[in-house]
Design a protein around this ligand. Structure first.
Ligand SMILES: NC(=O)c1ccc[n+]([C@@H]2O[C@H](COP(=O)([O-])OP(=O)(O)OC[C@H]3O[C@@H](n4cnc5c(N)ncnc54)[C@H](OP(=O)(O)O)[C@@H]3O)[C@@H](O)[C@H]2O)c1
Length: 332
């Protein structure tokens, strides 16, 4: 086992701005507090929220490191005395509220998971944020059931590729939107029954033509998608907003909401309490990790960047060219 060095390299943002604002810096290596483990990070997943944080719009919750990074995979180096679940040398992945872009990272035990069978650390780093988010919103909150229909906006996003596979594996029929025909075909190859190019097709018209409407919408666009989501919804349908890339205000016909007995909600994961996240971890271990173990679902890593290329990785995400997840490799 490697000794724990006094300092480590992190990718920090000293002045909010473009990708070039991310600079590799030395910071003190953290030590695990009660209920925590220290991970030697091999890989860190990128998330759209990291870009907001880099631009100065999404500060980490109090108590988290100030540098970005919400998911990691690596090897446990040290565990707090009250942690019995993992030990030094174990390969794990973890959801963290911040600080993942670093050689070492502390994670609460309720957010640490083993690697699914056959996956490497780069693949495992792409899982926590998307699967915690999709499980809690689509299955816990919106209660998507087998035989129901799900519409996912941003089907080719990191969140989208998880939602498509998981919903399909659990017996739902999945519709998605995406911005190019190529992304649409990719989403269909992952299990979407119909991917809708939102630049050339009207998703409400396509879903109505398929008959019946969708039971659940997972929406990362917001804005003027909201009334259209309601139009695409079946009676008793549920809409969950997880981002507002298209605007945070919307006008909604409340008569339609009443007539459909529809439900509208929204959530953010990062600021939720440890116990809430620990409950999602338990569900992922029970319901989702076995699907990775058996190869029913798989990680979708579009591209891996070296840690020193973190600015290029952010620029790539902002270009919108990716399909699935982007990962930083801390070992090169
Ligand atoms: N609330 C939460 O707890 C939570 C947790 C995790 C993530 N999120 C949010 O979920 C979103 C996805 O995160 P990510 O890391 O997976 O990001 P990502 O891979 O960069 O994906 C962003 C996606 O948004 C899609 N998009 C943008 N405008 C669209 C539109 N008008 N119609 C349909 N799709 C549109 C893009 O699709 P095209 O490229 O095809 O245009 C792209 O696939 C982000 O907004 C993130 O903030 C929220």
């Amino acid at each position: 086992m490697n000794p724990i060095p006094a300092t480590m390299r992190v990718a920090d943002v000293e002045k909010p701005g473009g990708p070039e604002a991310l600079l590799i810096r030395e910071r003190p290596t953290p030590r695990p507090g009660p209920g925590e483990v220290l991970i030697q990070v091999a890989a860190a997943g990128l998330n759209r929220a990291d870009i907001l944080q880099r631009r100065g719009f999404y500060p980490p919750p109090a108590g988290s490191p100030e540098w970005p990074g919400m998911e990691v995979a690596g090897t446990i180096l040290a565990v707090a005395s009250d942690v019995g679940e993992f030990g030094p040398g174990d390969a794990v992945c973890a959801l963290v509220a911040g600080g993942g872009y670093a050689e070492y990272c502390v994670a609460p035990i309720g957010q640490v998971l083993p690697l699914p069978a056959g996956l490497d650390l780069l693949q495992a780093a792409s899982l926590p944020e998307a699967y915690f988010t999709v499980w809690s919103n689509v299955f816990d909150l919106a209660r998507l059931r087998a035989g129901e229909r799900l519409l996912v906006h941003g089907g080719a996003s990191g969140i989208g590729v998880a939602a498509i596979q998981l919903a399909r594996a659990r017996g739902a029929v999945v519709f998605v939107t995406a911005g190019t025909d190529d992304k649409c075909r990719f989403c269909e190859s992952l299990g979407a029954q119909r991917a809708i190019n939102y630049r050339s097709e009207d998703f409400v018209a396509v879903i109505r033509a398929a008959g019946g409407g969708v039971d659940v919408v997972l929406d990362m666009v917001g804005g003027d998608y909201l009334p259209r989501n309601l139009d695409a919804l079946a009676p008793e349908g549920r809409m969950v907003i997880i981002a507002t890339q298209g605007g945070s205000s919307a006008k909604l016909d409340l008569m339609k909401l009443m007539q459909k007995r529809a439900m509208l909600t929204g959530t953010t994961l990062r600021s939720r309490p440890l116990a809430f996240k620990a409950a999602i971890k338990a569900a992922l271990l029970r319901e989702v990790w076995p699907l990775f173990d058996s190869g029913v679902i798989r990680p979708v890593v579009d591209r891996v960047f070296a840690f020193d290329e973190v600015a290029a990785a952010h620029a790539y995400m902002e270009s919108g060219a990716h399909r699935g997840k982007i990962v930083l490799d801390l070992r090169r």
